[in-house]
Structure formats: structure tokens, C-alpha cells
Design a protein around this ligand. Structure first.
Ligand code: Y12
Ligand code: CO
Length: 171
């Protein structure tokens, strides 16, 4: 089922998410709905809080070298932890909860992470490139943080002005 994606400045996006304790049918249905919702909106990453579910669940599906988003490359992440960070990289990020806005954000270039898959198997792995950026972006959602909070003071001010104008024009 395709769910509604909540958008900035919905207060729910600031709510910290809670760990999953049961790897059951309910979790599998949530993951399936998140995948359907993300694909319908042309996203490459989605956290459960973006569909108003405050649980530590996120999905990432990075397009391959032919720009194809294959389901076999879908990564389902439950209760993630970023264990180590290395280096710096800058990427123009976007977010389905802040539609039509993209801006450069600096993040770690390589990360070591742990998480669980949908069956409760523990995964310990390293990520770099776009996967590392997306993983950090989605983990921030679980803490109630958006990428716009990483902007400089001036860029954030400009964003807020443009966003208010956009919301007004949609009323
Ligand atoms: C690198 C940086 C950030 C991420 C997080 C995941 N972000 C997304 O998946 C963003 C998707 C997105 C898609 C849009 O397209 C449509 O909605 C059709 C979009 O454009 C509009 O809203 C018009 C904006 C963002 C992963 C990797
Ligand atoms: Co996002």
C-alpha cells in the first residue's frame, strides 16, 4: 500500500524513532509499504518516520551504473548504528519530505555500520560513495533531523523564505 509522505515543517519529522523489538509480519508489511511508497515517488531512500511511523526502519535503493533501480539492490535496515566514520564528502542532497529542494551537504565519506535485516539477522558492513551518504541521511531522520539542519545560517534563512513562499502559493 502506498502511504502518504509527511513533509517539512510537519512536527512528526522531529520525533526520535524507537527500536524494533519483533521481526514479524507487521514489520514486513511496513517495509513493503515503504518500498512501494519510495518507488512511486522516485526516491532512493526512505525512513519510516517519513510515513509517520516512529520506528528505526529505513530503506535504500541506489540506482546501478545504467541508472536502473533494481529491487535486488534494495537494502532494508532495522535498528541501524553508525560505528565508525572516515573522511569527508559533499553531495547535493534531496529528500522526499522536502520536495523540490536540493543543497550541498557535507558528510563522512566512509562508514562502518551495524543493523538487522527483516528476519533479525545482524549485518556488520562498510559503506562508501552514495550508499554512505544515503545511510547517514536516513539515520538522521531516525534521530528527528533533516538535511536542511546541516545548512549554513544564510542558506537556511534563504531556504525558510523560499519554503514559506511556496507553502503560501499552495494554499
Ligand atoms: C543521496 C542524498 C540523499 C538521499 C536521501 C534520499 N533522498 C531521496 O530519495 C530524494 C528523492 C527525491 C525525489 C524527487 O522526485 C519526485 O518526487 C518525483 C524529488 O523531486 C521533487 O520533489 C519534485 C525530490 C527528492 C540519498 C542519496
Ligand atoms: Co530524507
Amino acid at each position: 500500500m502506498i502511504r502518504e509522505i509527511i513533509t517539512y515543517p510537519d512536527k512528526l519529522l522531529k520525533k526520535p524513532s524507537k527500536d524494533i523489538t519483533r521481526f514479524d509480519e507487521e514489520l514486513h508489511l511496513l517495509l513493503d509499504d515503504m518500498y512501494e511508497t519510495m518507488m512511486e515517488k522516485n526516491g532512493i531512500g526512505l525512513a519510516a518516520i517519513q510515513i509517520a511511523v516512529p520506528l528505526n526502519v529505513l530503506i535504500i535503493n541506489i540506482p546501478d551504473k545504467d541508472d536502473k533501480q533494481l529491487k535486488e539492490n534494495l537494502v532494508e535496515v532495522i535498528n541501524p548504528k553508525i560505528l565508525e566514520m572516515q573522511g569527508h564528502t559533499v553531495y547535493k542532497e534531496g529528500c522526499l519530505s522536502v520536495p523540490e529542494y536540493y543543497e550541498d551537504v557535507q558528510r563522512a565519506q566512509k562508514i562502518k555500520v551495524s543493523y538487522f535485516d527483516r528476519h533479525g539477522n545482524k549485518i556488520l558492513t562498510d559503506y562508501d560513495e552514495l550508499m554512505a551518504i544515503a545511510f547517514q541521511h536516513e539515520c538522521d531522520h531516525l534521530k528527528g533531523e533533516l538535511f536542511i539542519e546541516k545548512l549554513s545560517f544564510l542558506k537556511r534563512k534563504k531556504f525558510e523564505k523560499e519554503w514559506k513562499k511556496k507553502l503560501k502559493s499552495k494554499k
